[in-house]
Design a protein around this ligand. Structure first.
Ligand SMILES: C[S@@+](CC[C@H](N)C(=O)[O-])C[C@H]1O[C@@H](n2cnc3c(N)ncnc32)[C@H](O)[C@@H]1O
Length: 230
């Protein structure tokens, strides 16, 4: 079936967070979740920089590095982490089984087969709930050095209302609780989120805000934070 924009619906699935649609437009794919356009395969620069900049911001000994990523999407962030020397383990938290399944099919080239990498573990869970579990706080044994959050279009534009809890003071404290002593939290946003930046600065000793220009419109923004004030 072709929609008004000329894209073909490849699959519809009943998702945990509402209906999921995978669309193909030429050689590219788009994920729509709960009626919200979430991700496509056209660019991916800021999703890769989310991981690269967080890894670069790490203080202390270079390796081995443990990374957590929420969520999987088309896999650009995961592929970046898995392809970075020194990364010993990557935990990806994704609540939609259909999204994980698409990486055995059309999305596999974009995650570059990383789901088959023995260093990569996919947790099928809601990140909001998972961060409170022992599995999360065990952090692959000693905390994650990098936690990358990209489950929404940003702190001000969440795919489902419950996700908004992650961007408040309590959610940030829980995310910080997953980090190792030197750990860095990285948050992706489509556009600046000034209120969120203010809260980050109140909660963390070190905050950096890095815009990523996009072909059209407002730049994407990567927020980096370390040194939770507790
Ligand atoms: C914007 S996409 C991720 C983009 C990813 N960085 C990439 O490189 O493709 C958001 C992903 O997070 C997932 N997601 C949304 N809410 C979630 C939640 N509460 N827990 C876990 N995954 C979630 C979505 O199903 C989707 O796969």
């Amino acid at each position: 079936m072709t929609d008004a924009a000329g894209a073909v619906v490849v699959e519809r699935a009943e998702g945990v967070g509402g209906e999921l649609v995978l669309r193909r437009d030429g050689g590219d794919y788009e994920i729509i979740s709960n009626g919200v356009f979430l991700m496509d395969t056209r660019n991916g620069e800021s999703e890769r920089l989310l991981v690269r900049w967080a890894l670069e911001a790490l203080d202390g000994p270079a390796a081995p590095v443990r990374v957590a990523i929420g969520g999987l999407g088309v896999g650009f962030s995961l592929a970046e982490a898995a392809g970075t020397p020194g990364v010993a383990a990557v935990t990806v938290v994704e609540r939609e089984p259909a999204v994980v399944g698409w990486h055995d099919g059309p999305l596999r080239p974009f995650s570059r087969g990383a789901l088959q990498d023995p260093r990569v573990r996919v947790v099928r869970a809601d990140l909001v709930e998972w961060i409170a579990t022992a599995d999360a706080t065990a952090g692959a044994g000693g905390g994650f050095d990098v936690v990358c959050l990209d489950i929404d279009n940003g702190p001000h534009w969440t795919v489902t209302p419950g996700n908004a809890r992650l961007y408040g003071r309590e959610g940030l404290a829980r995310l910080a609780g997953l980090l190792s002593g030197r750990g860095v939290l990285a948050v992706w946003s489509a556009g600046a989120a000034p209120g969120f930046e203010e809260l980050l600065r109140a909660c963390f000793a070190r905050v950096r805000v890095r815009p990523v220009p996009v072909p059209r419109g407002e730049p994407d923004v990567v927020y980096l934070a370390g040194g939770h004030r507790g």
